[in-house]
Design a binder for this molecule. Structure first.
Ligand code: SAH
Length: 280
């Protein structure tokens, strides 16, 4: 074949330059196949793509089920300053990739927040770890060696609820979006934890039937801390929540309750989705 009688080229790559020498090429040439068909085709590996489209479970073969992947995340958390052994052990135990969309599973052990649908996000592991560590420094948690009775506002996909149930005697997690509440219920079902209770409701009101709480943790940010959370905090209990600051920034706020009253301290900058009232 000469350059003159070649069909018009549809593909922008100069495929004829990719031709290996006849002896080196392992590509079998069918009798009657044209020289163009015998060329190595880089797109041939894409033939498996249609079957990938129908994949629902996290991609297999990525090693995400391995405890090693989580151990590496724990090493990074430790290098970033997280020290509490129980907090680190919980991160080594709970499989974060099962809580995110299969298409995002490969990013599940990176230190990043990820979308969980309905305009919400699963928080960054380093921020969750920091908040859990802050809760452990509360008076009741220090003396009890556990987070005790916990109220979580904003179940989302349930990842943080799974961590909490490794660290507490009892966890009540409230979510205002029915679709996410149902999704978390489904994802957490295999854990069969009788320490964890998921509630569909407006977390701005806390959850009075489970009060008082030794630890309160919010995964959504508001202009201030709702009064019911403070009322439902046990004496010796600690609350950790993002709160909007002047100038549109957000910071983590800790509130400790003692016999004498409430003490509030403001910590580092964070970024959370908004706390909203009512159900949806
Ligand atoms: N901890 C979650 C992150 C959830 S993102 C996880 O691990 O996936 C914050 C969640 O707070 C969202 O799901 C949002 O719907 C919920 N939320 C916001 N306002 C709320 C309210 N008033 N009551 C309960 N949940 C609320």
């Amino acid at each position: 074949m000469t350059a003159g009688d070649r069909p018009p080229r549809k593909f922008p790559l100069p495929l004829d330059r990719l031709r290996a020498s006849p002896r080196a090429s392992p590509t079998p040439t069918r009798a009657g196949a044209s020289a163009a068909e015998a060329l190595p085709r880089p797109q041939r590996h894409g033939l498996a793509a249609p079957s990938d489209l129908h994949r629902r479970a996290p991609p297999a073969g990525l090693g995400l089920d391995s405890a090693d992947v989580r151990r590496r995340m724990v090493d990074r958390l430790r290098a970033g300053g997280v020290e509490h052994p129980q907090v680190l052990a919980a991160f080594a135990t709970v499989a974060r990739h099962l809580f995110v969309d299969p298409a995002l599973a490969t990013q599940a052990y990176e230190d990043t927040s990820l979308p969980i649908g309905y305009a919400q996000t699963i928080s960054k592991p380093s921020v969750v770890a920091r908040m859990l560590e802050m809760l452990f420094a509360g008076q009741n948690a220090r003396t009890g060696g556990s987070l005790g009775r916990v109220l979580e506002i904003g179940t989302g996909c349930g990842y943080q609820a799974a961590l909490l149930s490794e660290l507490a005697r009892r966890v009540i997690s409230v979510e205002r979006l029915k679709a996410l509440h149902d999704k978390a219920r489904e994802l957490l079902a295999p854990m069969r934890s009788n320490r964890l209770r998921l509630v569909f409701g407006d977390g701005m009101r806390g959850h009075p039937p489970g009060a008082p709480y030794d630890s309160v943790i919010a995964a959504a940010v508001g202009g201030d801390i709702p009064a019911p959370w403070l009322e439902q905090l046990a004496v010796g209990g600690r609350l950790v929540s993002p709160v909007e600051q002047e100038g549109g920034t957000q910071a983590l706020v800790i509130v400790d309750r003692s016999e004498a009253g409430y003490t509030r301290t403001v910590h580092g900058a964070v970024r959370f989705v908004p706390l909203k009232s009512g159900l949806a």
